[in-house]
Write a protein that binds this ligand. Structure first.
Ligand code: ATP
Ligand code: FE2
Length: 323
C-alpha cells in the first residue's frame, strides 16, 4: 500500500510518500522567521507552496495521485491556521481521488519515524523540541507521559537565552559551539519537581548573567544544568519502566553534548541509546506518511467529516493499536 502524508503543524509544510518499506519522497518547505512564529503568515506561506511541494513529492516518487492508496495528514497538535492548510488539502485529495484518509498525531509520528530509522521496538522517548519537552513510553497501549516541562520547552529556553546574548534564531547550534569553549561552571538554579521540570528560574538567572559572565562559560553552565535536569528525570523513567532503548527526538536532539550525556546515562541500565537522522528529527511529511501507513495496515480509517484539526491534541489520548 502506498501512502501520501502531509505535515503542516507549525513552520514546515511537507509531503512524504512511503510503501511501508522505504521512503519514496520527503519534500518540504520551511517558513522562516526571526522571532516567534505568526500563525496566519505561516499558513499563507503554506497555502502558496502546497501545490509545488505535493508535485515535487509525486515527481520524486515517480507516481501520480491515482497510484496512491491512502492519504494521511497531521491533524494536531499545532497551530490552527497551519493545521487547516494540510487538513483541507488532505480531505480534498481523498474525496477527489476516492482514497481512504487518516488523521495522524504529529508527536506520535515523530516517535514512529525515530523507531523506524533506528530499528527500535519499544523505546523510552525523550522528545525535546522548541515547544515540547516530554519523556514518554508505551504502557498499556498508549504513550504515557512520565515527565514533562511545567513551563516552557527546552529549545525555547535555549532560544530565549540566545536572543539575550545576541545570537540569531534558532540559537541551539550557536550556543552549543560557545559551550564547547566554556571552562568555568557557574552555579545556576536546578529545578526538578518529582518527574517534571521547570526551566523559567534557570532561564531568568542565566539572562541576568549575560554581560557579567563570559558567553562561553554561561553557555556551558546553562547547557550542563538544563541537560542534567532532563537526564536525571529520564534516568528515573528508565529505571522505573526498565525499557531497553532510549530515543532522543526533536530539534534539541541535534546537540552532541546532550547525546553524550544520554549515552553515559544508559550504560549502567544495559539499554541502547539512539537519535534519528536530522531529516527525521525536524518536522517532515514522511513521518506522517509512515504513521498513516501503519494505521491503515491496522485497519484504521477515518470519516472525512470527523477530521477537524486538534490544536491541543495530547499524545496520551491515542490508543496505539498498531506496531
Ligand atoms: P515541534 O512542533 O515538534 O515542537 P519545534 O519547531 O518547536 O517543533 P524543532 O524544529 O523540533 O522544534 O526544534 C527547534 C529547536 O531545536 C529550537 O529551539 C533550536 O534552538 C533547537 N536546536 C536546534 N539545534 C540545536 C542544538 N544543536 N543544540 C540545542 N538545541 C538545538
Ligand atoms: Fe515537530
Amino acid at each position: 500500500m502506498i501512502v501520501l502524508g502531509i505535515e503542516s503543524t507549525a513552520h514546515t509544510f511537507g509531503v512524504g510518500i512511503t510503501d511501508g518499506k522505504v521512503e519514496l519522497a520527503n519534500e518540504k518547505v520551511i517558513y522562516k522567521t526571526m522571532g516567534g512564529i505568526h500563525p496566519r503568515e505561516a499558513s499563507q506561506f503554506m497555502s502558496k507552496n502546497a501545490h509545488q511541494v505535493l508535485k515535487s513529492a509525486l515527481d520524486k516518487a515517480d507516481l501520480s495521485l491515482d497510484d496512491v492508496d491512502g492519504i494521511a495528514f497531521a491533524q494536531g497538535p499545532g497551530l490552527g491556521p497551519c493545521l487547516r492548510v494540510g487538513g483541507t488539502l488532505a480531505v480534498f485529495l481523498a474525496k477527489q481521488y476516492g482514497k481512504p484518509i487518516v488523521g495522524v498525531n504529529h508527536c506520535i509520528a515523530h516517535i514512529e519515524v525515530g523507531k523506524w530509522d533506528l530499528g527500535f521496538k519499544d523505546p523510552l522517548v525523550v522528545y525535546v523540541s522548541g515547544a515540547n519537552t516530554q519523556i514518554l513510553g508505551l504502557a498499556g497501549g498508549r504513550y504515557r507521559i512520565f515527565g514533562e516541562t511545567l513551563d516552557i520547552g527546552l529549545g525555547n529556553a535555549i532560544d530565549v537565552l540566545g536572543r539575550t546574548m545576541g545570537l540569531e534564531f534558532p540559537a541551539g547550534p550557536k550556543l552549543e559551539t560557545l559551550a564547547r569553549n566554556g571552562k568555568r561552571l557557574v552555579e545556576l538554579p536546578y529545578t526538578v519537581k518529582g518527574m517534571d521540570l521547570a526551566f523559567s528560574g534557570l532561564l531568568t538567572a542565566s539572562k541576568k548573567l549575560v554581560g557579567k559572565v563570559k558567553n562561553e562559560d554561561l553557555a556551558y553552565s546553562f547547557q550542563e544544568t538544563i541537560f542534567a535536569m532532563l537526564v536525571e528525570v529520564s534516568e528515573r523513567a528508565l529505571a522505573h519502566t526498565k525499557k531497553k532503548e532510549v530515543m532522543l527526538v526533536g530539534g534539541v536532539a541535534q546537540n552532541k553534548r546532550l547525546r553524550e550525556m544520554f549515552e553515559n546515562m544508559v550504560k549502567p541500565h544495559d539499554a541502547k541509546f539512539g537519535s534519528p537522522k536530522p531529516a527525521y528529527n525536524g518536522d517532515n511529511g514522511f513521518m506522517i506518511a509512515l504513521t498513516g501507513w501503519k494505521m491503515f495496515e491496522a485497519g484504521i480509517e477515518h470519516d472525512p467529516k470527523d477530521l477537524a484539526v486538534k490544536q491541543g491534541w495530547r499524545t496520551d489520548d491515542i490508543e496505539i493499536s498498531w506496531h
